[in-house]
Design a protein around this ligand. Structure first.
Ligand SMILES: C[S@@+](CC[C@H](N)C(=O)[O-])C[C@H]1O[C@@H](n2cnc3c(N)ncnc32)[C@H](O)[C@@H]1O
Length: 253
């Protein structure tokens, strides 16, 4: 992953998103802050499969600006914590939603072995350079009766042309192998396509925030870099070169 592009896409944009939400209204916050989640249907599916309810403690690893964690709190009553390497994304999760946020990477999670009851990791395992350490780390912190929810964008071809600098898409087979090698078994899975489109008002709010950021920052190289990466991911999804896989895994050893 290129550090400059990931800073543009995941860090600087976080600050801009906070500014846009403050200009457009707090009802824009959750759709704008769900940067990799595919919308409410995917979050509902993950939340149900993980059995989230009032009081469940959920770690959102690579949680970005906290949109999915805020959704888990408002929809299921879960008590969610964001874990995220980008400082301005952590700040956004705290400012937009008052969520606790811990600055850390998935490979070096600052949590005890086998202590986490539920975690999800949404659109993150396709941004890391090396899947093995990331998946082992998720497995390490998960309780024996715990569950892990994943949304991973996987490639359907041997090699993705013009892969965005912020992404490294595994194949479904690679993902399965790393899960198995880390002592994780997949309990259930589906695809993002099966979830259907987000409601119109969700898309309208996310689009309004994007437009606000574009008008304010279009001439900034960092906006152009982030925008190019996002456009390319959109193309890859559209042509089916990459598809979103939703999975719930549990430890078997
Ligand atoms: C596509 S965004 C998804 C954010 C959030 N999960 C969501 O659905 O809105 C990918 C996130 O992964 C984070 N990320 C990148 N590399 C990471 C790593 N090594 N460990 C943890 N998070 C990472 C990025 O900073 C970014 O917030």
């Amino acid at each position: 992953m290129s550090d400059d592009t990931s800073e543009a896409e995941f860090d600087v944009e976080a600050r801009w998103t906070v500014d846009a939400v403050s200009a457009l209204g707090t009802d824009h916050a959750v759709p704008a802050a769900c940067r990799g989640s595919g919308g409410p249907a995917a979050l509902d599916w993950l939340g149900r499969q993980l059995g989230l309810d009032a009081g469940t403690r959920l770690l959102d690893v690579g949680g970005g600006l906290g949109g999915p964690a805020a959704y888990a709190r408002s929809t299921f009553g879960a008590s969610a914590t964001v874990v995220e390497p980008m400082p301005r994304a952590c700040e956004a999760a705290m400012t937009l939603f008052g969520l606790p946020a811990v600055q850390a990477t998935v490979e070096a999670l600052p949590f005890a072995d086998a202590g986490c009851e539920r975690l999800w990791c949404i659109g993150v395992l396709c941004t890391v350079d090396d899947l093995g350490p990331a998946v082992r780390s998720l497995s390490r912190i998960t309780r024996r009766d715990g569950l892990i929810g994943l949304l991973v964008y996987v490639r359907t071809v041997a090699e993705v042309e013009d892969e965005p600098a912020t992404n490294h898409f595994p194949s479904a087979e690679e993902l399965d192998r790393h899960l198995a090698d880390s002592g994780l078994a997949v309990r259930t899975s589906t695809t993002l396509d099966a979830m259907g489109s987000p409601p119109d008002d969700w898309d309208q709010r996310a689009d309004a925030v994007d437009r606000w950021i574009q008008q304010a920052h279009e001439s900034d190289d960092r906006w152009q870099e982030a925008h190019a990466a996002e456009e390319r991911i959109g193309q890859l999804l559209e042509e089916g070169t990459v598809e979103g896989h939703l999975l719930v895994a549990q430890r078997v050893r």
